[in-house]
Design a protein. Structure first.
Length: 111
C-alpha cells in the first residue's frame, strides 16, 4: 500500500450497479450531511463504474476529480469484434469526462 493511502475509510458503499451514487448508504445524502462538495474518483473499471460515478457526481453538482492513473480497465471488443485497448478506453473516458463532468487529474497532481 502507498503511504498516502494508509488509514481507515470513512464510508463503505455497497452497490449493485455501476455508480457509487446508487448504493447503500446513499452517497449523496452521506456527503451532503457532512457538507462535502468534492469527490475523488479512483478504482476499477475506468470506463464503467468510475466513469458512471463521475458522471452522476457531476450531474449532482459535486466538484469531481477523476484520477485517471488510479483507475484500471481492460481491453474490450467492439460490437463489430474489433479490439479496443485498455489504454485507449481510458483515454476516451478522460476525454468524455474532462471539463464536462469532472476534472481529470493524475495521482501526483492530486496528492
Amino acid at each position: 500500500m502507498l503511504p498516502f493511502l494508509d488509514g481507515v475509510g470513512d464510508v463503505l458503499v455497497t452497490k449493485s450497479v455501476n455508480s457509487s451514487f446508487h448504493g447503500e448508504p446513499n452517497l449523496d445524502e452521506w456527503l451532503g450531511s457532512r457538507g462535502l462538495t468534492q469527490v475523488v474518483i479512483c478504482g476499477i473499471t475506468t470506463n464503467h463504474c468510475c466513469e458512471t460515478t463521475a458522471r452522476v457526481g457531476g450531474n449532482l453538482g459535486y466538484d469531481v476529480s477523476f484520477v485517471l492513473d488510479a483507475t484500471h480497465t481492460f481491453d474490450r471488443a467492439t460490437p463489430e469484434g474489433d479490439n479496443v485497448t485498455a489504454d485507449e478506453l481510458a483515454r476516451i473516458t478522460a476525454t468524455n469526462l474532462h471539463g464536462e463532468f469532472a476534472t481529470v487529474v493524475s495521482t501526483e497532481a492530486l496528492v
